[in-house]
Ligand binder design. Sequence first.
Ligand code: ATP
Ligand code: MG
Length: 615
Amino acid sequence: MTVIEVTSAAELSKKQTAEIEKVFSAKHKGEKIDFVYKIDKELIGGILVVDGDKYYDGTYRSQIDKIGAAFSLSDKYVEAATATKRKRAKKPAVSATAHTEAHNASLTAEHIKADIDSELSGKVEKYKRAFDVRHAGSVEFCGDGVIMCNGLSDAEYGEMLRVENGAQAIVLSLTDGHVGAIVLDDEDKVSAHMLVNTTGMIVSVPVGDKLLGRVIDPLGKPIDGLGDFTPDKYRPIEAPAPAIKDRAKVDVPMQTGLLAVDSMIPIGRGQRELIIGDRQTGKTSVAVDTILNQKGTGVICVYVAIGQKSSTVSNIYNTLAERGAMDYTVIVSATARDSAPLQYIAPYAGCAIAEEFMYAGKDVLIVYDDLSKHAVAYRAMSLLLKRPPGREAYPGDIFYLHSRLLERAAKLSPELGGGSMTALPIVETLAGDISAYIPTNIISITDGQIYLESELFNAGIRPAINVGLSVSRVGSSAQTKAMRKVSGKLRLSLSQYRELAIFAQFGADLDESTAHMLEHGKRTTEVIKQDVHCPMSVEHQVIILYMTTKELLKDIPVARITEFKDKFIKFFDIDYADVIAELQKTGELTMDMGITIEEAVDEFSRLFLKGVSNE
Ligand code: ATP
Ligand code: MG
């Protein structure tokens, strides 16, 4: 016996059911049919007919879904959608129930008949207009956030499925006769034998200005306790990366505010720079400082937390909020207690939010903290879906997981508005092993890396950047002229110093030039130390580097360098404001400016050493 299930938002009239039965009886000639009628208010209007593994979806809900609202429909949203629909139909306003009934009447047997006819005659175009025909299936197995379904013969990789209770799932595995998917929400409510249908859509997230200052989960639900918001727009979480012809050269600096980074590992807008290091080496701090440094620059920031502790995310939120950085920042958070599927989609959701701003012509900075945990979440899901494990038990497409994400960062060409998305992915290593699977993959995808080392961190050299192993493949084209001038030899002299320092530990007799190099190296190391959450402007960086490379600090005791640096900058800001303004305006360091800085250092160091500088 064939069972045909008809679900409507309101009860159908006798006439309507008779018509439906007539149409389907004609379709299944000679078979015995059992019609089951159900009512589901969530459909809002229209009807849904399930015939075997075919799904005739003529509901309002699917139409609202199609315009982008893929999520549980808040009352407000339903109202708005119904109102729009009403306006379009140019019918006089009627009450919601009356309207639903009217719609039921207009979308019943007649449409189904037309649809079946057109399907049969191959007129897909006409057919799509009123009813979506989707394939249905049922859940065979569910557990740990994963479902295996039968049926669903038209399912595509990455497509969103809808389970009977409204839960959403993403297709990740297509095998003979089975479709494996991960459940995004309401996982506990999904059980075996539930009906599932394909939707032909990709999961979307809310995007736009309303998100600024908010903390959301990867599905776009606010989790900061500041109340709901009505999104203006949605965007699919997966999207193709900009094509080669759509990209422009990366040549505008993305200032991190960290002296060591901006001088030796310059990052450009549109670049992807990996932050890599062991646990507790200051990786997050580098990213957060970069966000803090974007204040007043018009750069929008997106911080994606993947698999972190809720307390860590809350600390980051507080740090950003206290310093006024939440005004231009969105936090997307899938913490360690969230399901693996949520952690898996978090970076793609963040990327879609950033993309919206980028295509609107803005500059965006996005931090993925961190992709190691992201890979682990993906591995867990893949194993549950019984996909074959490869190296370190990661599935075969683990490279694609991150390459398709990071490729979406770009500097767009002027024709496309010239916006940019700079990505700072973070990867955690184990015992400094950067040649492990995930680190090497991501190193090969990104345009350089900032390598942080526990040894340096513990020795008090913070940020603990290993200059030798850090690189930016965009290089000095993303630096101002002044910065290029003063930072040229810095990397080399620091590397030489570190080598010599190891050698000098053995207490060998040092010749004069080696001793001098060691002294200079010690001071330079001191100069590039920087406290957490104290980003520095480019002008200040240029001045400090100028006095370092010109060896103007040779009379200052090494232990007092940090103090000198801070006090001198304050002094210079007040007494030489014109030089700072000039540097800011032109981005160039002229000979005259150099002389002025030398005089200022001379004057100030005398006061400093005498102990009379109290600025
Ligand atoms: P995890 O592996 O836990 O994610 P992480 O590598 O992201 O750690 P952070 O959380 O950024 O490291 O920093 C660890 C600690 O080091 C924090 O307490 C932070 O305040 C401190 N720290 C980071 N950078 C500096 C710095 N430049 N100066 C002083 N302290 C710092
Ligand atoms: Mg961290």
